[in-house]
Design a protein around this ligand. Sequence first.
Ligand code: NAD
Length: 471
Amino acid sequence: MKTTYRLFIDGTWQDGERGTRDVFNPSTEEAVASIPVAGPVDLDRALAAAAREFKAWARTSASRRAEMLSRAAAILAGSTAQLAQRMACEQGKPVPEARGELKRAHETFLWSARHADELCKPAEIDERRMLLYHPVGVVAAFTPWNYPAVLTARKLAPALAAGCTVILKAAEEAPAAAVAIIEALQEAGVPPGVTALVFGKPAMISAHLLASPDVRMLTFTGSTRVGKELAALAAGNLQRCVLELGGHSPVLVFADADIAGAVRAICDYKFEYAGQSCNAPSRVFVERPRYADFAHELVRVAATIRVGGAEDTDAQMGPMIGSQGPARMQRLTEDALAKGARLLLGGRRLERKGYFWPPTVLADVPSAAAIMSEEPFGPILAVAPFDTMDEAIELANRTSYGLASYVFASSQQTQVDVAERLCCGSVGINMLKGVAPDVPLAGTRDSGYGLEGGEQGFRAFQDVKLLNRTA
Ligand code: NAD
């Protein structure tokens, strides 16, 4: 049965001014839900409510706001089993992955609730000076379809804890998690107007919201192309931006590394949600003496990954979100092969309904291949050898992105030297790990600017006022 979602504006669940659109199951290509399409009148009502409620919400004590967030986290935890099924159905990720994501969303709400008091308190510099922290105002938040629960939590939890009101435009492709989070906040007592949830035509919604001087900040996770468009729109009203954009993460595997361990860690992380994760490794450079061993082990492990739809309880990897995914994988694979790469595994769309592309390994991929500079955002690993540390660093740093990088080496000297020289926001040493609530995720260059997560991410939602007084 098709689920019907609604917009949430000024405390009321309602239809959209511009009709509805369907949400599809990427495993079956069937419509499984419909979402309302917001129009300018809907957005103006959300803006008016958010601006009106900001004053009272900002004055509500941080501990009271935190209580509501903790309650919302508990409500969300109570609906995990059912919600994970819906997420799997809308996104194609296996149910255990969806459950893991919901657990991280829950922890993110609790982290903000736990730290709200301390991060909203004035900070004394000395007996004559102190810093006051004020919520920045109305926030426009835009979240993508790949991690709709945890990325919504990473924006909403600190914004609300800091005292901001938020208009969330969640991903049209995967609405279930955002709807459940907003429902949980409503049930937890967050007043009408403090949060709004809208769907519709993304470019129209962002242009409309950012044209309002009431919106003081935008937080966006998505592609570099859209991030640049939003930053340009935000310039008109000097709205603060936090932009978590694309990535093209390199892995450097040195000859002294534990090759089997590296392969296991790379496969576990890479093929989560079919490689559609901004931090997923996509280019692997291996020191030449171990290159053949590494490639052999990588193919052996990647070939064991069971691919299946949301209904398949054995599946370890699902489909891509839409038809453009396999089409991009095919284009990048054909281009790499034409430029001299060797196909070691996968490389062809699965012949079944749904947007399935299998785990794919390309070896000897030259730097000229498109996949070495264009973010694949899918289940392809491009592998190439290196001879010296300088060459490895140059290869790793050669894209315009700078999100995550990974190093596998036993030598601590190598680990430190390489981590120091990589241009990126995070380095995983002998491990690959997702975002945690207590630390900031930073991008450099085309991966964006502004911080999300941890104390720095919380502070992004605050203005700082310096208080000077006489002795
Ligand atoms: P996209 O930027 O087109 O879409 C991502 C999300 O942004 C979607 O939910 C979409 O509805 C929304 N969006 C699109 N245009 C918009 C607009 N004009 N205004 C407001 N919202 C808009 O990218 P995509 O191809 O669907 O998603 C994958 C991209 O997102 C990849 O490049 C990936 O690296 C990036 N991403 C980055 C992170 C991160 O944390 N840095 C996380 C997830 C995805």
